[in-house]
Design a protein. Structure first.
Length: 322
C-alpha cells in the first residue's frame, strides 16, 4: 500500500508546496471554524500559515487514512495527473518503505514568519515538518512575548524542533528533549537556519520520562511545557509506550517540573480515537485545579483549497494561565 500522506499528518513533498499558489492571504492567522461532516460536527483550529503555499486536494484511497495529493494546479480528481504525483511513498510488506521521487529534491527549506525549516523526505515517510502545528507555534510565541518576564520552556518528544525554534525566537530559553539523536541534530540545523542557534537552548538526547525524573530530583522547573508524545513506541529498555495508557501518568509526572507561575502546558496527539475532550479532562484535572487558568482543546486542520473544507490533522490541548 502506498500513499503520499496519512490522514493523521500532512507532509510537504509535492510541487504544490515547492511552487507558489497565491490563494492564501498574506499573514492570515488561524481561525476556528465549525465544519460539518456527515453525522458529526467538529471544531477545528484551521491554520493558513504559509501565504504562498496551499494544500490543493485530497481523497481517500485504499482505506480511510490513506490519501493522495495533486499538483499545484486546480485539476479534476478524474484527471490522469492524479495518478502521476511528483513523489510517492511506497510502504514495504516487510516494514519500512521508500520514496519514488521524480521532481522532488533531496532537501529544501520552508520559511515561516522569519523562521526557516529544513525539509528532507525520509525512509520512514516523514519530511520533518507538520504544518498544522503552526497554530501552536503562534500560540506559544504570542504567550511568551506577552508574558512580561523570562520564560523557560520544556519541549518533550521535540522531533525536529519547530516549536523549539519558535519559542527561542520569541525570547524563551528552551530545553529540547528527544530520544532520537538524528532528530536532535536536525533540530539544531533548523535553529541555525532560523538564526536562533545562539539562543539559550539545551539540546538533550534522552528518554523523555527518564529526563523528567532527573529534573525533578535536581529541582529544575519550567514555566511552559510542550509535548508531542507518540501513539506507540518502545523505551530504551524495551518498555512499551501506548498513549492511551501512558499519557495520564506521564502528564502527572511532568507537572512536577512546572514552576510556581506556569504560563502554558500544551499536549499534541495524533492518536486516532483520542478525542480533544480527553486532553481537556487531563489538563483540567492535573493542572487547572492546582494553578487555575483554563483549558481549550480542539482538532487541528489544514484548509483544502479545492473543497474549502479542512483535513483533520490530530488534536491539541492547551492549558493557559490566563
Amino acid at each position: 500500500m502506498d500513499s503520499l500522506f496519512r490522514l493523521s499528518t500532512f507532509y510537504f513533498y509535492t510541487r504544490c508546496f515547492i511552487n507558489c499558489s497565491a490563494d492564501l492571504e498574506q499573514g492570515m492567522a488561524h481561525q476556528e471554524e465549525a465544519l460539518t461532516f456527515p453525522c458529526v460536527c467538529f471544531t477545528f483550529s484551521v491554520f493558513r500559515p504559509f501565504s504562498d503555499k496551499s494544500f490543493i486536494d485530497c481523497f481517500p484511497a485504499e482505506c480511510y487514512n490513506i490519501m493522495t495529493i495533486v499538483d499545484w494546479e486546480d485539476i479534476p480528481r478524474t484527471a490522469s495527473r492524479w495518478q502521476k504525483p511528483l513523489g510517492r511513498y511506497a510502504r514495504s510488506s516487510t516494514g519500512g518503505g521508500q520514496w519514488a521521487k521524480k521532481d522532488v529534491p533531496e532537501r529544501w527549506t520552508v520559511d515561516y514568519k522569519g523562521l526557516t525549516f529544513n525539509i528532507k523526505p525520509m525512509n520512514f515517510k516523514h519530511t520533518g515538518l507538520f504544518p498544522e502545528q503552526a497554530a501552536n507555534w503562534d500560540f506559544c510565541m504570542e504567550a511568551i512575548e506577552n508574558a512580561g518576564r523570562p520564560i523557560s520552556v520544556l519541549n518533550l518528544f521535540a522531533y525536529t524542533g519547530a516549536a523549539t525554534v519558535a519559542c527561542a525566537a520569541a525570547g524563551a530559553s528552551v530545553c529540547h528533549v528527544d530520544a532520537a539523536k538524528g532528530m536532535v541534530a536536525w533540530a539544531k540545523e533548523n535553529a541555525h537556519s532560523s538564526g536562533v542557534a545562539d539562543r539559550p537552548i539545551r539540546w538533550i538526547v534522552d528518554d523523555c520520562a527518564k529526563f523528567v525524573q532527573r529534573e525533578i530530583r535536581r529541582g529544575h522547573t519550567y514555566d511552559a511545557v510542550i509535548m508531542d508524545p507518540p501513539s506507540y513506541g518502545r523505551g530504551p529498555s524495551g518498555e512499551i509506550w501506548k498513549l492511551e495508557e501512558n499519557l495520564w501518568p506521564f502528564v502527572e509526572l511532568v507537572t512536577q517540573v512546572l514552576s510556581d507561575k506556569p504560563l502554558f502546558f500544551l499536549i499534541n496527539s495524533y492518536t486516532t480515537g483520542l478525542a480533544p475532550s480527553v486532553l481537556t479532562y487531563i489538563l483540567e484535572t492535573l493542572i487547572t485545579k492546582k494553578h487555575g487558568g483554563h483549558t481549550e482543546s480542539q482538532e487541528l486542520g489544514l484548509p483544502v483549497t479545492n473543497t474549502g473544507l479542512a483535513l483533520p490533522c490530530g488534536a491539541t490541548g492547551r492549558w493557559m494561565a490566563k
